[in-house]
Design a protein around this ligand. Sequence first.
Ligand SMILES: Nc1cc(-c2ccc3cc[nH]c3c2)n[nH]1
Length: 225
Amino acid sequence: MRIDIVTIFPEFFSVLDVSLLGKARESGLIGLGIHDLRDFTHDRHRTVDDTPYGGGAGMVMKPEPWGEALDSILVPESVVIFPSPAGEPFTQATAQELSTEPHLIFGCGRYEGIDERVVDYTATRARVRCMSMGDYVLNGGEVAAMAMIEAIGRLIPGVIGNPQSLLEESHSDGLLEYPSYTKPAEWRGLEVPPVLLSGNHGAIAAWRREQQLERTRRIRPDLLD
Ligand SMILES: Nc1cc(-c2ccc3cc[nH]c3c2)n[nH]1
């Protein structure tokens, strides 16, 4: 997979050079390109925003720099993702779906957002997804893009050492994950559930499934609808 990111804060994504995704890049599993939107401006002040038509507070990102930036990286197979509080919910299912794509482009907005014509025009040349990370408002798309890149990247075969662990996490099967324990067997008067020390794998699997269902009912009943 190749991932390209367009942003006015390219340094924000330098963290992708380390940890899990850093290794995936070194091994060639993920190609990464980070593009400064201001490199696609032509005025002395490298202007990327202007006042909104129709009035209102704040500034809107100009379409021209976005058009040139996306022209420089877009191919018909691309999926262009615009983080947005007005987008469709990004879920584990979305991450799974996008992890099979050959090319993702993340368009990180700032200010009050990007001129809508950028979304409309880009949709004539590639698939466009406006995606929300949740019902709260960030100052820009970079944090959302970072979260999506991590959620997607870790699902790419070969990125995670033990793919079995992907099968047992929250949301991988539509339920919250079961509680986990490790040594010591007793800690500050708290003991590990005895079934986990029994060696009875059938009983352990049944207990874990029940824990998933109980947790999901208690914490996220909406997942059971
Ligand atoms: N889930 C979520 C996305 C955002 C978001 C995404 C892009 C921009 C650009 C300017 N403000 C933004 C906010 N907030 N919350």
